[in-house]
Design a protein around this ligand. Sequence first.
Ligand SMILES: Nc1ncnc2c1ncn2[C@@H]1O[C@H](COP(=O)(O)OP(=O)(O)OP(=O)(O)O)[C@@H](O)[C@H]1O
Ligand SMILES: [Mg+2]
Length: 107
Amino acid sequence: MQNAIEVKGLQKKYGAMTAVNNISFSVKQGELFAFLGENGAGKSTTINMLSTILPRTSGQAILMGHELGKEDDLIRKEIGIVFQNSVLDDKLTVKQNLMTRGAHHRT
Ligand SMILES: Nc1ncnc2c1ncn2[C@@H]1O[C@H](COP(=O)(O)OP(=O)(O)OP(=O)(O)O)[C@@H](O)[C@H]1O
Ligand SMILES: [Mg+2]
C-alpha cells in the first residue's frame, strides 16, 4: 500500500530554538494515525509544515506522492484540515458542513 505521508528528518528551528528535531514517520493510505505529544512538543509546528503553511528548516516530506517545498500546490489540492478549535457550524449536519466547505475548493 502506498504511503500517504512520508517524513524524513524533518526539522524546524526558530533561531537557536529547535521546535521540531529531526522526526521521521510514515502514514499508510487509509490508516488512522494519531500524532501525540506534550504541550510544546512540536505537533502544531509539524502539521503546519506538512500542510505547506510553514517553511521547514531541513528534512523531507512526501504527501500523496508530492514533494514538500517543490509541489506545494499539488499537496494543497490533496489535503484537508480540521483545526484544534472546531470551526464547524453546529446548525448544519455533518454532510452539510462538508458540502459547504468543499464548495469553497476546486474539485
Ligand atoms: N513562531 C514561533 N516562534 C518561536 N517559537 C515558537 C513559535 N511557534 C512555536 N514555537 C515553539 O516551538 C515549540 C513547539 O511548539 P508547537 O506549538 O508546535 O507545540 P505543540 O506540540 O503544538 O504544543 P501544544 O500541545 O501546546 O499545542 C514550543 O516550544 C513553542 O514555544
Ligand atoms: Mg499545538
